[in-house]
Design a protein around this ligand. Structure first.
Ligand code: SF4
Length: 249
C-alpha cells in the first residue's frame, strides 16, 4: 500500500511539473477524497473543482461544506442551476452557475424524471457539459478513477491523452479496501452514506446523484448500484469516456 501511495504522489508531482495549470476533480466520494488528499500533500495549493447537480443527495452538499472547511480545499463548484444552493452560499463556497435552458427543454421532452427516461441526456447536460466548462482552461486534470470499480474502468491508464487535455489517474490500482484503509489511516471522515446499514447487508459503495445511486451487496461490482433500472446500469456518466476538450490545431 505504501508503494501505491508513493507512486500516486509521483504521478501527481509529474502532473504538476509538466502542467502548471492542472486541477483535481472531486465528487466528494471516497476515491475523490483519497485523490485530493494525496494531491494536496504533493502540491498544497492545487485547485480543486467539483461538478454538482440538483440531484446530488443533501448529505453530499453537507459533506462538501464540512470537508472543504476541514481540508481548506477552496473548492470551486460548477453547477447547472438558476441559484446557488443555500448551503453553499451560506458557507461561502465558490460556485459558477451554468445556464439551465437546455436542461429545462430536455425535461419538457423527456419528462421531469429525465434521469429515468433518458439518463444519458441528463448526465450530458448536468455533468459532462459542466465538466467541459471546468476543464476548458486546464492542460491537465487529476481524477480518482480506479480499475476495479467496474468493467468499463478495467482498461484505463494512469496517464491518458484524450483530446486537448491530459488526465492523470494516480489511484488507478487502489482497491476498494485500500481506499477505505487510506481514509481511516489519514483521519478523513467518510461521506455518511458509506456507513449506512441496510437489513439485507447491502451498502452504498459508489455515490452519485440520489435517484441513480442504490446500495449493493459486497460481491457485486462497485458501480453496480449506479443507474439501476436503466440502460446505463453499472456504467458511466460520460465524463471519463467522452472528449471533454478539442485538440487545438
Ligand atoms: S447521475 Fe442521474 S440524476 Fe445525475 S446527472 Fe446522471 S442521470 Fe442525471
Amino acid at each position: 500500500m505504501m508503494d501505491k501511495v508513493e507512486h500516486a504522489k509521483e504521478l501527481v508531482a509529474e502532473a504538476v511539473i509538466k502542467h502548471p495549470n492542472v486541477a483535481v476533480a472531486c465528487s466528494f466520494g471516497k476515491d475523490s477524497m483519497v485523490t485530493v488528499d494525496i494531491a494536496r500533500k504533493v502540491s498544497p495549493d492545487i485547485p480543486v473543482f467539483s461538478v454538482m447537480t440538483r440531484y446530488k443527495p443533501r448529505e453530499t452538499f453537507e459533506y462538501l461544506v464540512e470537508i472543504d472547511k476541514i481540508m481548506d480545499l477552496n473548492t470551486f463548484v460548477y453547477m447547472v442551476a438558476d441559484e446557488i444552493p443555500e448551503i453553499l452560499r451560506k458557507n461561502n463556497i465558490k460556485v459558477k452557475l451554468l445556464p439551465t435552458d437546455d436542461f429545462n427543454k430536455a425535461m419538457e421532452q423527456f419528462t421531469e424524471r429525465i434521469y429515468l427516461t433518458n439518463p444519458d441526456e441528463c448526465c450530458k447536460l448536468l455533468k459532462i457539459d459542466p465538466t467541459r466548462v471546468a476543464v476548458e482552461n486546464l492542460a491537465a486534470w487529476i481524477t480518482g478513477l480506479r480499475n476495479t470499480e467496474g468493467k468499463i474502468r478495467e482498461d484505463y491508464k494512469e496517464v491518458e491523452h484524450k483530446g486537448g487535455i491530459v488526465k492523470y489517474n494516480p489511484i488507478l490500482t487502489f482497491t476498494e479496501e485500500e481506499i477505505f484503509g487510506y481514509l481511516k489511516d489519514n483521519n478523513i471522515s467518510l461521506h455518511p452514506w458509506y456507513t449506512m446499514e441496510f437489513p439485507d447487508g447491502k451498502k452504498y459503495r459508489s455515490l452519485g446523484c440520489e435517484p441513480c445511486t442504490r446500495p449493493i451487496f459486497p460481491n457485486e461490482l462497485e458501480r453496480a448500484g449506479r443507474w439501476q433500472g436503466t440502460s446505463k446500469c453499472g456504467g458511466e456518466c460520460g465524463i471519463h469516456t467522452k472528449i471533454l476538450k478539442e485538440t487545438k490545431v
